[in-house]
Design a protein around this ligand. Structure first.
Ligand code: HPA
Length: 195
């Protein structure tokens, strides 16, 4: 996909995941996702990449609420391995070979469109989040519901937890994402060649 639909744009959770369902019925078996995220792990720097190992989705509406369509998947899907350990292993090997530094962590999904307050970044970090963003978790839930394998990578575009003044702008997020793009592209290309 070139871009995606976000919940904060006013689409329902069901509308946000509709393209994922279409792609499943077009025959995909693996879903690769990228996103921009705010770093909360103190080891992270702007421009770093983070493999998403797990996520927290409680802060966004679950796209599976409502009638379950058995043709898509079960009523109560397992979420013990939302992000394929096998694909994470492959990505780590590729990153080593390409000398790309990768973090691995938990992505906390929020609705946006506001960036978080200082207290919110702190809370999300305490809750186990390493990065926070306004996308991905609903798409991953829908993908896992249908049994797709998922791999996802965050570009850390800003840092949420800092003592100094911490104004975050959309421009700096876009700029950091643009700068990290070549790293991201080479990693995804190599990963796709190994699928
Ligand atoms: N918070 C939420 N979403 C984001 C951020 C952030 O700091 N950066 C990029 N997307």
């Amino acid at each position: 996909m070139a871009g995606r639909f976000h919940y904060y744009e006013g689409y329902s959770a069901e509308q946000v995941v509709f393209p994922i369902r279409v792609m499943k019925f077009l025959g995909i078996r693996t879903l690769l996702i990228s996103n921009a995220a705010g770093g909360m792990n103190p080891a992270f720097r702007v421009g770093d990449l983070m493999i998403i190992r797990d996520h927290i989705s409680f802060f966004t509406p679950n796209p599976l609420v409502g009638r379950n369509f058995e043709a898509l998947g079960p009523r109560f899907p397992d979420m013990s391995e939302p992000y394929s350990h096998e694909l994470i292993g492959k990505a780590k090997n590729i990153a080593k070979r390409l000398e790309i530094t990768l973090h691995e962590g938990v992505y906390a999904g929020v609705t946006g469109p506001t960036f978080e307050t200082r207290a919110e970044y702190k809370l999300l970090h305490l809750a186990g989040g390493d990065a926070v963003g306004m996308s991905t978790v609903q798409e991953v839930i829908a993908a896992r519901h249908m049994g797709l394998n998922v791999f996802a990578l965050s570009v850390i575009t800003d840092l949420g937890i800092r003592e100094e003044d911490n104004v975050i702008t959309h421009e700096e997020v876009l700029e950091a994402a643009r700068e990290a793009e070549p790293k991201l592209t080479s990693l995804f290309k190599a990963l796709i060649s190994e699928l």
